[in-house]
Design a protein around this ligand. Sequence first.
Ligand code: MG
Ligand code: ZN
Length: 357
Amino acid sequence: MKIKLWAFSFLVLTFACTDGAKNKSQTKKPLNIILLIGDGMGLSQVSSAYYFKEGKVNFSRFSKIGLINTSAAVQKITDSAASATAYSCGERTFKKMIGMSVDTVAMQNITDTLSALNYQTGVVVTSAVTDATPAAFYGHVPSRYQYEELASQLAVSSIDFVSGGGLENFTQREDGTNQLEVMKENGFVVDTVSLNRFDCDPEKKYAFFLSYENMPKMPEGRGDYLPQATQMAMDYLSKSNDGFFLMVEGSQIDWAGHRNNAEHLITEVIDFDNTVGKALDFAEKDGNTLVIVTADHETSGFALAGDQYEDIRFATTQHTAAMVPVFSYGPGSEILTGTFENQEMRSKILQAIVDHR
Ligand code: MG
Ligand code: ZN
């Protein structure tokens, strides 16, 4: 657990002009934030859950809906690096850049901002943990492909719980170092085998690197890894009463789109929807949690042209400029409705936290 008492006064000072009611700020629990990103998940991808999932679709549980324009700094069609950076750092940048401005200056990501306010923080993905979307929540590099540098940055970051693939970037490195050792020195329990030995001790930090490269695809038997790791992260992060920020990514919706693979895409969306259900169950019970579900961009111009896999159409193997839906639930969700730009996400989350105090 981090002890940063100065951080609380930082919050008071920073938001002093927007919050006159200081006297209640000492008593209310900080607002938890769960941001779930379906990489490449446009409205048709969301819709596929309605036609291919057996049982209840968790997207149906939202009443606060909006649309986000996902463009990068100059390119209308973004990539995951620029879009996740906009979400996390509050400013648009060039494609391929992680946590850096167009001038290649490191920007503060939301994980560090909230960690400095005593929040517990977590990242759970189905890609390598060094992939672009998670990287924007701890890293700063000019190129998203600097995987080994990103692993080094994660090892000393403010993250308390991380789960995904990408073990190779920690152990098989050009510089010969073993970044798992750095993480252990930094207080992490590192597990490269399974989620099953988790003891949910709030005095520890946890890193699960469960595959050498990416996590398996759903059609290859990944099972309930994503909902399970998300549940573990929520259980662990909520043991502190200081508030938590958790980013969860359904990473492979995008990859299935690039490959125009309908079966992979739909099974990834259903897995993501199951994970959204876990987050909503937690938030409904907790009453102090804002759940935000969106995408970084749309991939493939996916179209539901029929009710069989073979009737599905793809317009491209690339990303598109289509706006993406944003679903939210809980305190502050009203400010995530309407249409907005991806770089506004960060300030909206911080505003929701301030409004809740
Ligand atoms: Mg991604
Ligand atoms: Zn992509």
